[in-house]
Design a protein around this ligand. Sequence first.
Ligand code: F0G
Length: 386
Amino acid sequence: MLTDSGTNAMSDRQLGAMMIADDAYAGSQSFVRYQKAVEDVLGKKFLLPVHQGRAAENIITKAFVKEGSIIPMNYHFTTALAHISQYGGKIEELLYDEAFVINSKRSFKGDMRLEKLEECINRYGVEVIPYIRMEASTNLIGGQPFSIDNFRGVRRIVDKYGLKIVLDASLLGENAWLVKQREEEFKCSTMGENLKIMTGLADIVYFSARKLSSSRGGGIRTNDESIVRALEPLVPLFEGFLTYGGMSVREIESIAVGLYETLDEDMICQSPKFIAYLVNAFVKKNAPVVTPAGVLGCHADAMEICSHIPQPQYPAGAWAAAFFLVSGVRGMERGSLSNQRDEYGNETYADMELLRLAVPRRVFTSSRIGADMLGLLLIPSLQEVT
Ligand code: F0G
């Protein structure tokens, strides 16, 4: 339960597609199939292949971020922040305060606060803002989605000031599924429609295929030729030729199939439904877990469980270690241990100290999650550790 990154189980069709991959250095038909799948599922015209999500972040930040740049965003992910600060940029996180409340009823804790965005643009000036970053299902605050309504609001402000939006679509599939569950306007729309509406609101879309398509690899999408011209030369430099971007052709085939499978509601709902099941079971035991249930995993609050451990002693890290010793289940610390030091080398403390129990796609069955995980491992371990 450490992560869903590259640990989602592949389907038989993905594994089968890997066997027919076209192993050509240039002009591989596997890449043609990948291009078509990305266009069908995520829309947009141009594709730049990269070997994983952070590689896309490296290329985008190298092209657009410089000393003094400000990147407004809903919330950072570790690798996104590391790349931005590497090139001298700073971030401004613009979530609603309730995003950090553990027990909440707010359906879209990943929404950006629009008045804060406008205030931020006016404070710094458009010249220093190369783009606004929106992260689907904000990883570090409990896998919490944003709504399309909010994203449209971000787009309106971005258009008013002539700026660009970069969408981190690594967890977009599950975000689009939660939009369908929680946003009235999209209750009857398909996964494909929701995905395209969301990507259509961004100028650049990048993704880690380790998450988005249950495989490996990644990609950058845009419709804008000037953006392609800025990014394209960096792909052969850092990743590989423009028809493989550091991936093997087998990985490329599995992404193409996995992207189409993301449109399948029966498949995409599995992980969020299991997570909701875990979250509800923990809530019944009065365990402090992030609500509403989001994506990626069940997130528990180490600040409360380990209230005797001060933040400089990493409560979520300590709990993750103790939990592993007691249960044999390895979760991931999502707190100050994962935080980056500031520009002077000082330690910084995370907004939340969470233990994440990830539920990768197609890995567990409902009985394994229900009886084995909850009954035998998670709840007894929680009681023992506390
Ligand atoms: N964006 C998000 C939202 C992510 O969750 C991750 C990775 C990345 C970008 C980077 O992608 O690993 O392919 O380079 N998250 C993993 C996790 C590591 O365990 O949460 P990558």
